[in-house]
Design a protein around this ligand. Structure first.
Ligand code: PMV
Length: 335
């Protein structure tokens, strides 16, 4: 018998970032992180599980705007290892067929590992008939090796790990999406694949002379970001967001060998955001491991931010996203 499940999991943008690990394979972070789960940037994954069939014949397919193709070798290897791990955990034998499609254009430079591995975990786990609560699913998603996937199984504002003394602990909710309707204007200045994968960035982080200083500063920043979310205070959140983004890139640029994610377009967008603020528009930037910029603002400023940012010649595309409710299951399948 074949059991088929489709899960939709969102990407998330980190407000306090996971950078550098205690264990990279298992994605055990050195510090607590905070993120906002997105709404429109999602991965949709259908997993079909055929109980008893030979599991050597698993098939994973990426569906890019209706065109099916084989995934890249690195994605296929990671996905295969993750499927094997899930099957082992659920004590099941059988073959998977997996198809995944992103709502955002592939190669748009938006981190898809968080949404992709969260959706794969949710779909595969349920297709095997296995049961789990959110905390267990967060841990299972993190074990894919994508730490940020641990946060994508929860909506709204999320903290991971939930116990600062236990890097194996799951993500947990700080506040639901309804608490504060923040927008994220995702600004793509470079649609190409980044030169250094985040897994290599994590590996190099501790070689930066600034890494330990960053870890020391984080306690205060985590409290500031948590407090600003709970108080819905963008004036307090914004500066902490920007400091945090710059610090991640400072550590990356001063690692050995250095990692440069910024492109000329990145600086143009940052300049424009500062200009917007001088004109009284409260908008603040953050960036993950890449050249693209996430502009965080409230709904009343979103239109102006989108108009001003889209007008920059260095900007290739803009996606108006915002805080979302988290993953869901759908009755309609991809195959
Ligand atoms: O989840 P990973 O292993 O792809 O690492 C994510 C790294 C950042 O996106 C830069 C930060 C984060 O916390 O999402």
């Amino acid at each position: 018998m074949i059991s088929k499940v489709t899960a939709v999991a969102p990407a998330n943008i980190a407000f306090v970032k996971y950078w550098g690990a205690l264990d990279i394979e298992r994605a055990l972070p050195r510090n607590v992180t905070i993120s906002m789960t997105l709404d429109r940037c999602v991965s949709r994954t259908t997993a079909a599980f055929e109980e008893g069939a030979r599991d050597a014949d698993d098939i994973a397919v990426v569906d890019d705007a209706g065109v099916s193709r084989a995934p890249s070798a690195s994605f296929r290897d990671r996905a295969q290892r993750h499927i094997d791990r899930l099957r082992h955990r659920a004590r099941r034998q059988g073959r998977f067929r997996i198809v995944t499609r992103n709502s955002f254009p592939m190669g748009a430079g938006i981190a898809s590992s968080a949404s992709g591995f969260a959706a794969l975990t949710l779909a595969a786990w349920r297709a095997m008939g296995a049961d789990a609560g959110t905390s267990e699913l967060s841990i299972l998603a993190r074990e894919s090796g994508s730490g940020s996937a641990a946060r994508s199984v929860i909506g709204g504002y999320v903290e991971w790990p939930s116990d600062p003394l236990d890097p194996e602990s799951p993500a947990s909710e700080i506040a639901p999406a309804s608490h504060w309707k923040l927008c994220d204007v995702v600004t793509v200045v470079d649609a190409g694949e980044k030169d250094v994968a985040s897994v290599d960035g994590h590996r190099r982080a501790a070689t930066s002379p600034h890494y330990e200083t960053r870890l020391r500063l984080l306690e205060g920043r985590l409290a500031a970001v948590r407090g600003a979310i709970l108080a819905r205070d963008l004036g307090a959140l914004g500066p902490a967001l920007e400091e945090e983004a710059i610090e991640l890139h400072l550590v990356a640029m001063s690692s050995r060998p250095p990692v440069f994610y910024w492109k000329p377009g990145t600086l143009c967008v940052l300049e424009e955001i500062r200009g917007l603020r001088r004109n009284g528009v409260p908008a603040w930037f953050t960036m993950d491991a890449g050249a693209n910029v996430h502009v965080i603002c409230e709904p009343r400023s979103e239109r102006e931010v989108v108009e001003r940012i889209s007008a920059l010649p260095e900007v290739r595309s803009v996606i108006s996203d915002g805080v979302g409710e988290g993953p869901r299951f759908e009755a309609e399948h991809l195959f």
